[in-house]
Ligand binder design. Structure first.
Ligand SMILES: Nc1ncnc2c1ncn2[C@@H]1O[C@H](COP(=O)(O)OP(=O)(O)OP(=O)(O)O)[C@@H](O)[C@H]1O
Length: 260
C-alpha cells in the first residue's frame, strides 16, 4: 500500500470508527405466492462493513434489502441488528433508492431537513455541503440533474447519522461518469462516518470498487461471498481489481449460461 493510501485509510477509518451496526440474518425465507424468493438465507455483516449484493435480475436482491431494512417481514427466520431483532424500519437505518424521491414542493434544503427536529437548518446545510451542493439549498428539485438529485437523497439519508445505510441500486439511472463520481462520494462519506453499508447493484465493477465483500445471490441463497482485499480508493485499471471483477462476472455468467 502506498503511504498516501495508508494515510487516507487510517484517517478515514479513525474518523468513523465504532458507528456502524452489526447485521445478522438467519434462515430467512420469503415467498410471493408460489414463488420462493429467499431460501434459508444466512448473512452476517460486521459493524462498519461495506457489503455489495449482486445477482441476476429477479434473484431477490431488493427483497433481501427490504427485509434488512425492516420494510417487509420474512415468512421464517430472523434479522438482528446489533443483537436486537428487527421489527420495522429502525431509527438507526436509512434507505436510498434508484429514484431520489424528493418532494417537488419543497426546496432542496427543506427536502434534506425533512423529519429533523428543532433547529434543523444548520444540520441540513452541513449535509448538503458534504455532498457538494451547498449552493443549491434554495433551488427546487425540478431544476437539478439526476446526479444532483441523488446527492440530495444521499444528504437526506446521512443528515440523520444512520448506523446502517441501505442502497438499492441508487446509481442505476445515472450516466457512467456521474456514476463513478457518486461512487467516490459514497465511499468518502462511508469512510468518514463509519456506518454499515449494504448496496444492491447490477454493476459488478461498482461492487468491487466499493465493497469489502461482494455477495452473489442465486436461488434465493448466497452462492458466493468474496472478500475484496484491495486498498482504497481503488483503481479500476488495476490487475488485482480486474481479477476480482472477473471472478464475480465469471460466476454470474456461468449460471446464466447453464440456464439459457
Ligand atoms: N411485493 C411483491 N409481490 C410479488 N412478487 C414480488 C414482490 N416483490 C418481489 N417480487 C418477486 O420476487 C422476485 C425477486 O424480486 P427482487 O426485486 O428482490 O429481485 P432483484 O434481484 O432485486 O431484481 P432486479 O435486479 O431486477 O431489481 C421477482 O421475481 C419479483 O417479481
Amino acid at each position: 500500500m502506498q503511504i498516501a493510501e495508508l494515510e487516507y485509510d487510517l484517517v478515514s477509518r479513525a474518523a468513523g470508527a465504532g458507528h456502524g451496526v452489526a447485521v445478522s440474518a438467519r434462515g430467512l425465507e420469503k415467498a410471493y405466492g408460489a414463488q420462493q424468493v429467499l431460501r434459508a438465507l444466512d448473512l452476517d455483516i460486521a459493524p462498519g462493513e461495506f457489503v455489495a449484493i449482486v445477482g441476476r435480475s429477479g434473484c431477490g436482491k431488493s427483497t433481501l434489502l427490504r427485509h434488512v431494512a425492516g420494510l417487509e417481514r420474512a415468512d421464517a427466520g430472523t434479522i438482528r441488528v446489533d443483537d436486537a431483532e428487527r421489527r420495522g424500519l429502525g431509527a438507526d437505518t436509512r434507505v436510498m433508492f434508484q429514484e431520489a424521491r424528493l418532494l417537488p414542493w419543497k426546496t432542496v434544503l427543506e427536502n434534506v431537513g425533512l423529519g429533523l427536529p428543532g433547529d434543523w437548518r444548520p444540520l441540513a446545510r452541513a449535509a448538503l455541503a458534504d455532498v457538494g451542493l451547498a449552493e443549491r439549498a434554495d433551488d427546487w428539485p425540478a431544476v437539478l440533474s439526476g446526479g444532483q438529485k441523488q446527492r440530495v437523497a444521499l444528504a437526506r439519508a446521512l443528515v440523520h447519522s444512520p448506523r446502517l445505510l441501505l442502497l438499492d441500486e441508487p446509481l442505476g439511472a445515472l450516466d457512467a461518469l456521474t456514476r463513478i463520481e457518486m461512487q467516490g462520494l459514497i465511499e468518502r462519506l462511508w469512510r468518514q462516518q463509519g456506518f454499515t453499508a449494504l448496496l444492491v447493484t447490477h454493476d459488478v465493477a461498482e461492487a468491487v470498487t466499493l465493497a469489502d465483500r461482494v455477495i452473489l445471490i442465486e436461488n434465493g441463497a448466497i452462492a458466493l461471498d468474496l472478500r475484496i482485499p484491495l486498498p482504497r480508493p481503488r483503481e479500476r485499471g488495476d490487475g488485482a481489481f480486474a481479477e476480482l471483477e472477473g471472478e464475480v462476472l465469471h460466476r454470474v455468467l456461468a449460471r446464466e449460461a447453464r440456464e439459457s
